[in-house]
Design a protein around this ligand. Structure first.
Ligand code: FAD
Length: 346
């Protein structure tokens, strides 16, 4: 997939961020409508947790970046999420369905039962027969651990090193593996492996340390056992879906839980991250006052496509304003709502 961008680590995330901003700058500088449209179109493949978060948050990120590019009309931005029958399939319909509703309400073009047939540097061809001119394809399918696991000559399952319940490699009592790299048996779900999440990786790190110490005569080794506490998916703005302790919730409450959990999980710099979330939202908000006059509202006189990303037209006291406030919270500016022919902005 030479034309696709990954999103597996911080370096790839920063690269993608710079690439998206670069595409918007080039679109802003171009007078060719086709080129502008292609550069402002972002396609994400894979609607698992990573792809769903990338699409939901990426859309808001590019919406916010519009304030630096007044020549780009909001309705020129286009985001597609392409995958199999459902989004967040690993979390089930009780989280997948609300997430789908939230993303579609925002204007994200979610194509279910659709795969990528062909990719070039200029466009992607989808299995539904459509071709989408774009310069950005984000590949969020098939997360695997790094190549080292395959190079060690040990048994692997889906690229992960086979270990027993003590996280020891069978036949090699002094070799341990943990986290994404380890195909550890999930003792709470017999026959299954622990998920590739930080929730397990952090705990397995401690378990391995304890068991290594035991091999050196300090303490006794214990099997690794952890009952999954649930999942959180941050959709950006004030939206998320989550199932803490397997209770499914969505919307702003889920978002508070999601961000609270992520702050709690950070080993350091919690204050800095929380401040960054707050100031990012505030800077988006402050751009609303300068961008809210008609002269500063790009494309406000132009008709939008059926699926478009638009700036809010209603104040929080209006029905649409309230909807937008629910969607993005009081600090957010840009609304990415689907236009319905019958009801207009929802
Ligand atoms: C976009 C994204 C979002 C995610 N969100 C969540 C979430 O919300 N909640 C959650 O629980 N999980 C989440 N995960 C999964 C989580 O990040 C991983 O499960 C977790 O980081 C695994 O930890 P690890 O220590 O096993 O591996 P990693 O965090 O990948 O660490 C492995 C380290 O080893 C280094 N390394 C690799 N090869 C070598 C080598 N040959 N020599 C030296 N160093 C090497 C790598 O550079 C890396 O620093 C997410 C993953 C992605 C990609």
């Amino acid at each position: 997939m030479e034309h696709a961008k990954g999103f597996n680590n911080i370096a790839e995330a920063l690269y993608l961020r710079d690439h998206m901003l670069g595409q918007m700058e080039l679109a802003d500088a171009s007078d060719d409508p086709a080129q502008r449209q292609a550069r402002c179109t972002f396609v994400v493949v894979g609607a698992g947790t990573t792809g769903t978060e990338v699409a939901g948050q990426g859309l808001l990120f590019t919406c916010a970046a519009l304030r630096r590019h007044p020549r780009i009309r909001p309705d020129e931005l286009r985001w597609l999420l392409v995958d199999a029958p459902a989004i967040l399939p690993e979390l089930g319909p009780r989280l997948g369905d609300p997430a789908l509703r939230i993303l579609r309400r925002r204007g994200l073009d979610v194509r279910l039962n659709t795969t990528i047939e062909e990719v070039t540097g200029r466009q992607v061809r989808l299995s539904d027969g459509s071709s989408v001119p774009t310069r950005t394809l984000v590949w969020c399918v098939g997360v695997t651990p790094g190549p080292l696991t395959q190079a060690l000559g040990l048994d692997t399952v889906k690229g992960r090193i086979v270990v027993d319940e003590f996280l020891t490699v069978p036949g090699h009592p002094d070799v341990f593996a943990a986290g994404d790299a380890a195909a550890a048996p999930d003792l709470t779900r017999p026959g299954q492996l622990t998920a590739m999440t930080a929730q397990h990786a952090q705990r397995q790190g401690k378990a391995v340390a304890r068991n290594v110490a035991a091999t050196l005569g300090h303490g006794t080794r214990k099997p690794y056992k952890h009952r999954d506490l649930g999942s959180v998916v941050d959709l950006g703005g004030w939206q998320a879906v989550a199932n803490p302790l397997h209770v499914p919730i969505s919307g702003p409450l889920a978002n508070v839980i999601t961000r609270g959990y992520h702050l709690y999980a950070l080993p350091a710099n919690r204050m800095r991250v929380a401040t960054d979330w707050f100031t990012t939202s505030s800077s988006i908000a402050s751009s609303s006052s300068s961008a809210s006059s008609p002269a500063n509202t790009p494309g406000s006189q132009r008709p939008s496509r059926p699926t478009s990303i638009t700036k809010p037209t209603g104040s929080p006291s209006t029905a649409s304003g309230k909807q937008q406030a629910r969607e993005h919270g009081p600090l957010s500016v840009w609304s990415c709502n689907r236009l319905s022919p019958a009801s207009g902005l929802r």
